[in-house]
Ligand binder design. Sequence first.
Ligand code: SF4
Length: 418
Amino acid sequence: MSGDRIPTSILSRNPALLKLDLYCKGARLDESCYIEGDGGRKILRTRAGLGSGLELILPGGLWTNVPVTEPFAQRSPYQIHRTPGGYFVRHDGEDVAQVQLSPRPEWYDSQTETGKPMTRIGTLQGTYLGIYQAKVCEYWTGPKKSNCKFCSVGLNLGVDDANEKSVSEVMEVVRRARDESGITYVDFNTGHYDGDTYLDILEPYLVRIKKELGLLVGFQTPPHRDLRRYDALREMGLNRVSFCFEIFDRDTFKDVCPGKDKEYGLDYYLEAVRYCAALGRKGPRHEPWVTNGEIIAGLEPPESSIRAIDWVTSMGAIPTVCVFRPLVGTDLQDAEPPKTSEMVPVFRRLYEACMERGLPIGCAPNVHVSLVMLPEECRALSPRRFPVHRMKLAAMATAFRYQFRRRTERASAQAHAS
Ligand code: SF4
C-alpha cells in the first residue's frame, strides 16, 4: 500500500477492504448508471444522521452504502459503471469488482392507507427496516442549538422522513417489508426529547411487532435516566439496544456532541452500555439480546477508537463502528473523511476483540447492514482465525434461525386465530 492508495489487485481479492475503502473515499457515478431504472434504490438524503449514498451489494454478499453525493466522492479513484454485463466498480480505471444494486422493493412506491409514501415511514438499510421515529431531535431546536456536529437529522427531517408515524402506519410498512423484502429485524432510532419520552414513544411499536409478527426489534435512543426501563423492555422481547456515544476521547466528545455532553455526559452513556450488557443473563431465553456501543471512527485518533472497542467488548457489549462521513450541510461538511490506512487497524481490532471475548457476532438471521462494517465482516482484515469460537458462532446462528422461525410462526398463528 503506498500512502492511502491500495493496489486494485488487493482490493479485488478482499471485499471487506473494498467496503472500507469505499466508505473512506466514496465513488463517482459514471453517466452510464441508471440506478432507479435498473431496480436500484433511490439515493435518499436521510440516514438517521449518518449518511446518504448508493446502496450496493459487493462480492461476498457485503451490503454497503457508498458515498456519492459529497464533494470528497468527486475526487475518488472509484467510479461506478453500467455495462451490458451489469454494474462494475472501477478503481483507477480498472475493474475491481462486479456489484449488484440493492434491490428496490415494490412497496417503496406504495402509500400507507393514510396516504403517506411508505419510504417516509421507513427505509431498508441493507436488509433490515430502519425507522427514524417521531419528531426531530431536540438538540436541533430551541434557542440554543446543540446538535452533534456530524449529524444531518435536523437538516433533512420532513424531506425524506415523515414527522408523525402512527403505530398502524408503521405496522403497515413493517408487514410489507416482511412479506416482500424478507426483513427479520426492525430498527427504531430517535434523537433526544426533553422528559426522556423516547422509550414511551417506541414501546407501543415493540408490543405490536412482537405480538403480531415476532420479528427482531431494536432501539437506538439516548440512555434513559431510569435504567430499569431496559429490564422491562428486555422482558417485553426487545432484542437490541444501541447507545451512540460516538467518541471515546472526552474533549472531542464535548466538542463534537455538545448536546449529549450537557444532557447525559459520556460516563452515563458508558454506564447504560454496562447496565444493558448485563441484562443478557436475564429476560426471556428465547429472545436474543445484544447491547451495542456505537462510535464513529475518523473523528478521534484511531488509538482512541481502539480503546473504545476494547472497553465496549470488555463489558460484553458489541461495538458498532461507523466511518465518519462529512455530509453536505452539516457542521463538519468541510472536514476530510478518514484515511483507509488509519481505519484498517480499528476494524481489525473490532473483529479480534469480539472474537477474543466470545461475543455472538453474525448470528442474527438475514441481517446485512449497509451503513457499517459488521464485526464479522472484518475477519478478512485480520490474520487471526479463532477456530473454536467460529464453530460456536456457527452453532449459535443455527439455533437463532430455528428460534426465529418458531417465534414468527407462532406470532402468525396467533394473529390469524384472533
Ligand atoms: S443525538 Fe446527535 S446524532 Fe442523534 S439525532 Fe440528535 S443531533 Fe443527531
